[in-house]
Design a protein around this ligand. Structure first.
Ligand code: SAM
Length: 216
């Protein structure tokens, strides 16, 4: 079924180019599928892999760990050369992610902080080369000021679910119980697009991603 963000045959074609994962990522993908845990879509995972190969980040901050799939993917992309801090508030997810991080040998690179992103963010002081926002779709606008404060001068913010099943782009698609999330996601996209100190590109990939950097 199409995500509502791009045409189904285009999505299928792009996915077919990326091909099947293997090893750790395949095991985690299978677990996520069997247990209905939302993880980044294939195209978005592939994009993160590409971005990390271009940017070669030393420090990455992730909002929303779930089972640790995207943290591990990013760690593999950087050949374990990045330090990843990832935040998750759901205790069950935290436990599973911790097990995965330990089992697959990523304890040195991935630091999982249990807590609500907003609270944890306000206590962080480090600067990050990449910030990946993938938690609490209705709060990206609240996370943004912290993310901008924590972003290295030439850092990159990538936000997943930016078009949220197409609803962000069209009132006709919005279902009543998602109105607040949609309004806040629009607010987030306006904040990053209207601020002339930043450049933002919204890409209809997966559930929609937005990429924000500081202007020179
Ligand atoms: C889409 S999943 C993350 C998937 C993960 N990035 C991956 O691709 O492997 C979103 C996660 O964010 C967590 N979450 C949602 N709101 C949060 C918040 N305010 N603070 C911390 N975690 C939150 C949820 O419990 C969920 O596990």
């Amino acid at each position: 079924m199409s995500s509502g963000v791009s045409l189904e045959y285009i999505e299928n074609y792009i996915k077919s180019l990326i091909g099947e994962s293997s090893g750790i990522l395949k095991e985690l993908e299978d677990y996520a599928k069997e247990n209905s845990v939302p993880i980044v879509q294939k195209e978005v995972g592939n994009f993160l892999d590409l971005l990390i190969n271009i940017k070669k980040p030393k420090k990455i901050l992730e909002l929303g760990t779930a089972i640790g799939y995207s943290s591990i993917l990013m760690s593999l992309s950087s050949k374990n050369d990045s330090n990843i801090t990832t935040i998750e508030r759901n205790t069950d997810m935290v436990n599973i992610a911790r097990q995965n991080i330990e089992k697959y040998g990523f304890k040195k690179n991935i630091n999982l902080i249990e807590g609500d992103c907003l609270e944890v963010l306000s206590n962080l002081r480090d600067k990050y080369d990449i910030i990946f926002i993938d938690a609490g779709k209705g709060h990206y606008n609240h996370f943004l000021p912290h993310c901008l404060r924590l972003l290295e001068d030439n850092g990159i913010i990538v936000s997943d679910n930016a078009l949220f099943r197409g609803m962000v782009a069209s009132d006709k698609l919005v279902v009543r119980r998602k109105i607040t999330i949609v309004k806040r996601m629009r607010k987030y996209l306006e904040m990053v697009s209207d601020n002339k100190k930043f450049i933002t590109s919204v890409i209809p990939m997966g559930d929609g991603i937005s990429i924000t950097v500081r202007r020179d």
